[in-house]
Design a protein around this ligand. Structure first.
Ligand code: APR
Ligand code: ZN
Ligand code: ZN
Length: 361
């Protein structure tokens, strides 16, 4: 029987979001209905509301979530009712050329639930990143559910579903930060701070945090930064070089998504170093670099999609490290809020005062 639940809808471009009753169909083949316990408020949700992703309104927002599987459809064997899961927005297919070559974290054909959730009048909803978890329950593809240790707090676990995973993965998976490396992270929001925490976890010797906001630099230090640079008041490239014997960092992670900060990252890395772009640019942005410098400085320039994570490998591992006290995921939760507080959380995000507001059910 289809169920009716409360959920946060973005009805139209720049219109305030509101809580409405939605209809969740029973899970079909390969699908699961998940009872959501917590869901973080991410910038991408705000971008959907602003019409910055596409025009397929109304959106069912929310995608950084954890909860318990309520029911599964035909043929689902990877998860079962009662499993505590983190939702991911890249359910790998196992069939595409990336998957077949043993690189499923790059999967080029990820999938979501086939059936649609709707408003009471039958209007089809577009779930944010194929999830839609500012809702008491949501419908996803079973591959979007990753089972983890149920002892972890849901508001902490859910964050691994997006921004925190992107940042940790940018350091560990994409940047391949190793013991003794020097790392610089440009932009210390939730993603940059997670890259800092990931670098610390990987054993980096020096972690330089760069931001234009001193409050962000303070938090970055708590996350594991050994040095901080305010790039509004000092040149970040010179500062990073000065902190690395004049050489530049082994790995520089760009977590803003702008050409000027990318250029800083490019020149702030050591010869043969690595630049990781995890910040997401907008379509109008252009980059101009001397090609000779691209060649002459060697190394690698990489992009990090969702931290190049493989949810089945990375989510349980990071939850376990958190449970062991080796990775403080709780530090990313600034506040817990109710389903009706998402609009207000967007405003706070804009002021730059929160790492994550998390809706708890
Ligand atoms: N130089 C350095 N830091 C900057 C600059 C700049 N020119 N401009 C902004 N910042 C800092 C902000 O002060 C803030 O601390 O970058 C940080 C961005 O953080 P958030 O807005 O909280 O964004 P976050 O969620 O961390 O995401 C960062 O990654 O996944 C992408 O879409 C996401 O592009 C975004 C990026
Ligand atoms: Zn694939
Ligand atoms: Zn997100």
């Amino acid at each position: 029987m289809p169920q009716q639940v409360q959920a946060v809808i973005a009805p139209g471009k720049n219109e305030p979001v509101r809580v409405e009753t939605i209809v969740i169909p029973d899970p079909g083949p390969g699908e699961a209905v998940v009872k959501i316990q917590a869901c973080g408020v991410c910038h991408t949700d705000l971008h959907y509301k602003q019409g910055g992703i596409n025009d397929e309104f109304p959106f069912l927002l929310g995608h950084e979530a954890a909860g318990v599987v309520e029911s599964v459809g035909e043929g689902v064997t990877d998860v079962a009712p009662g499993d505590f899961v983190i939702l991911n927005w890249r359910a790998v297919c196992g069939q595409c050329r990336a998957c077949l070559r043993g690189r499923p974290w790059y999967c080029f054909d990820t999938h979501n639930a086939k059936q649609k959730m709707t408003l009471l009048d039958g209007t089809e909803l577009s779930p944010a990143l194929g999830i839609g978890a500012f809702a008491e329950k949501t419908l996803v593809a079973s591959g979007q559910c990753t089972k983890v240790d149920p002892e972890v707090a849901p508001e902490v676990a859910g964050l691994l579903g997006c921004g925190v995973m992107a940042g940790i993965g940018a350091a560990i998976n994409t940047g391949q930060v190793g013991r003794g490396d020097s790392v610089a992270v440009i932009g210390c929001g939730g993603v940059g701070d997670a890259a800092i925490a990931g670098s610390r976890l990987a054993g980096a010797a020096k972690i330089i945090a760069v931001d234009i906001d001193d409050r962000k630099l303070e938090t970055a230090r708590a996350m594991g930064a050994t040095h901080t640079v305010n790039s509004r008041t000092s040149d970040p490239v010179e500062a990073i070089r000065a902190l690395t014997d004049g050489n530049g960092a082994d790995v520089v992670i760009e977590a803003v998504g702008r050409p000027e900060t990318y250029e800083q990252a490019f020149y702030a890395r050591d010869l043969a170093g690595t630049v990781v772009l995890v910040g997401v640019p907008t379509p109008d942005m252009k980059l101009e670099l001397p090609l000779l410098d691209v060649f002459g400085r060697g190394g690698s320039l990489k992009s990090s999609w969702y931290g190049d994570c493989l949810p089945s490998r990375d989510f349980p591992m990071l939850v376990d490290l958190h449970q062991q006290g080796r990775l403080d995921l709780a530090a990313f939760v600034t506040e817990t809020i109710g389903l009706g507080d998402v609009e207000e959380a967007f405003a706070k995000m804009h002021d730059g005062n929160v790492l994550r507001s998390v809706v708890v059910f």
